[in-house]
Design a protein around this ligand. Structure first.
Ligand code: ADP
Ligand code: MG
Length: 570
């Protein structure tokens, strides 16, 4: 085939592939344009996961009638004029690609009026070609309506997830911007339902309350850090007690630009080292302010990745500031309160636990070498154990036919309850327990979007709940094992886990694991002899007694031969 220059329309669609990957990317570009136009109020409405309708209305500067068509020309932008401007970009947009890209894969209507005009302009485009232009009346500002998104790009349509997934992404996005711009009023309507709105008071804490609920917002710690007059970081980090079961609650901005940066996210997680239980993730909203020449924002077509000139210093700054906020609020976590603290090797708080790990590693290798302890293999049943006592309110000490067993009470109980819940569900349905006083839970917009499709499944697991307005829900019944534990947190964790689950089919094991985790006795709980015996009996009859649902060991076996060797008897 000979080489040909692509038709303009085809080239536009290819470029659109980079900028507008999915409905949420359209919403993102339109919001950024509104922000660049100085809007103080941005109203977003979507239908059908954004494929049917996306409408963004702002009260920004508007586009003068003479420039309206130009806005849809490729690489047409009012924001930079020369390559030199790329080094110090103060606006969110600069590539002049969004409007033409969106227009090429949809039907688009733009109505706009700038401040010094009496009449506004309406422009209609179909797949990038103007089909109508007329004068229109409208207050100063811009409205963009996108319909039939991707209808002319079947390949892209095929990759769209369910409307619920796309709605979730869109509400997460609008929440993120409302945190980056607390002084701007955002509202989001999904399929005619008010999903989210931020107060726009300029107070980040109030924006946080709109997204995460007032309780979480209230408990957040202030983060502040400076880097030798070069840059600074500010924002809020959740105390360990408001951790979540899933990633995705670390929201980062650089110079007001929402970014996704795996390593920077990791730097924040690292700051929580030793303070969160295994598998828990922090909540944080952080804004980095850096001189434009320290950041390259032009590394990604959708502009949600950036490059830092002095990466190490930036990460160090963030990590130190978050760590300081945490340490100030909770200087020394109580030793042993959670067996699953992820203390690093030098963690001084849990000497006993880390000693045990070091100690226990040998018998495992030992067992496989000598094949002396067949009970160590996975999926093998446990022998009958005699409970001796409890150590550190965390481990049950037991004796078996071949030496000693240390059982992690939380992990073991999790395993037992996990299997129980799954079995109940298969046989006669998970036993539910009505609550005398319903627990209230506040959901984020993203969680609320995820709730709808999960409703019947959650009911099968014993949850009964109802909407109470303002993204608050009343839990009326919960799985019986949960009733005197933390039903609200379990409920929220389940939603998070499900939202994070790949594909659109929720994994039942995840729900059961979260229920088990929240129902199980904790490390730090004092157990009576009978409770310990009951737990060990149940563990003995579990299908897979050696690991908890997350795969961590439930017990450590110190064989008789190991004990003899350690004490020099052999
Ligand atoms: P970019 O944002 O990179 O400049 P876009 O394609 O997103 O490119 O927008 C092209 C131009 O259209 C912008 O530079 C701006 O001048 C104008 N524009 C787009 N949306 C708006 C809006 N909501 N309000 C005012 N002007 C807008
Ligand atoms: Mg733009």
């Amino acid at each position: 085939m000979s080489i040909r220059v692509l038709k303009l329309e085809v080239a536009a669609q290819i470029a659109a592939g980079e900028v507008v990957e999915r409905p949420a990317s359209v919403v993102k570009e339109l919001i950024e344009n509104s922000l660049d136009a100085g809007a103080t109020q941005i109203v977003v409405e979507v239908k059908g996961g954004g494929l049917e309708l996306i409408r963004v209305v702002d009260n920004g500067a508007g586009i003068p009638a003479a420039d309206v068509e130009t806005a849809f020309a490729r690489h047409a932008t009012s924001k930079i004029t020369s390559a030199r401007d790329l080094d110090h970009i103060h606006t969110l947009g600069f590539r002049g690609e969004a409007l033409p890209s969106i227009a090429s894969v949809s039907h688009l209507e733009l109505v706009t009026r700038s401040a010094d005009e009496v009449a506004g302009t309406r422009l209609e485009l179909r797949h990038g070609s103007v089909t109508r232009r007329e004068a229109a009346s409208r207050p100063v500002g811009t409205t963009v309506v996108v319909t039939r998104l991707f209808q002319n790009v079947p390949a892209r349509l095929k990759f769209m997830k369910s409307a619920a997934t796309e709605n979730g992404r869109i509400s997460a996005l609008v929440s993120r911007y409302s945190l980056a711009y607390p002084s701007i009023r955002f509202s989001l309507t999904i399929d005619g339902r008010a999903s989210f709105s931020s107060p726009g008071t300029g107070d980040l804490k109030e924006a946080l309350a709109a997204v995460y609920g007032p309780e979480t917002a209230e408990s957040m710690l202030v983060v502040r850090g400076e880097w030798d007059g070069v840059g600074k970081v500010s924002g809020f980090a959740g105390p360990p007690s408001v951790s979540r079961a899933q990633r995705g609650y670390i929201t980062l901005f650089v110079n007001h630009r929402s970014i996704q940066d795996r390593r920077l996210t990791y730097a924040v997680e690292e700051a929580y080292q030793g303070l969160l239980m295994v598998g828990r993730r922090p909540v944080a909203v952080l804004e980095l302010t850096l001189p434009p020449e320290e950041v390259d924002v032009n590394v990604h077509p959708a502009k949600n990745e950036v490059r830092f000139r002095r990466e190490r210093e930036v990460f160090g700054l963030v990590q130190k500031a978050v760590r300081e906020a945490l340490v100030e609020s909770a200087p020394v976590p109580r030793a042993g309160i959670e067996a699953s603290f992820t203390g690093g090797p030098a963690s001084p708080r849990t000497p006993l636990a880390s000693d045990l790990v070091g100690w226990a590693r040998r018998p495992r290798a030992d067992a496989s070498e000598e094949n002396a302890a067949p009970i160590m293999g996975p999926m093998k049943a446990l022998p009958v154990l005699r409970v001796v006592g409890q150590v550190n309110n965390t481990y049950i000490v037991a004796e078996g036919p071949d030496g000693m067993y240390l059982v992690d009470q939380h992990a073991a109980h999790e395993r037992v309850l996990f299997e129980k819940v799954l079995k109940e569900r298969k046989e006669r349905g998970v036993q539910a327990q009505g609550m005398l006083t319903p627990a209230t839970v506040e959901l984020t917009p993203l969680q609320e979007e995820g709730l709808g499709p999960l409703e019947s499944l959650l009911q099968e697991y014993g949850f009964a709940f109802e909407a109470f307005g303002d993204r608050t829900y009343l839990l009326r019944a919960v799985p019986a094992t949960l009733s005197d534990r933390s039903p609200g947190r379990a409920f929220v964790d389940i939603l998070d886990s499900m939202l994070d689950a790949k594909g659109d089919d929720p994994q039942e094991a995840t729900i059961a694991a979260v229920i088990a985790c929240h129902s199980a006795v904790r490390a730090g709980d004092t157990l009576g002899q009978e409770e310990m015996e009951g737990l060990i009996r149940s563990l003995e009859s579990a299908d897979n007694p050696h690991t908890c649902p997350h795969g961590r060991p439930t017990l450590v076996h110190l064989s008789s031969s190991l004990l003899e060797r350690e004490f020099g008897r052999r």
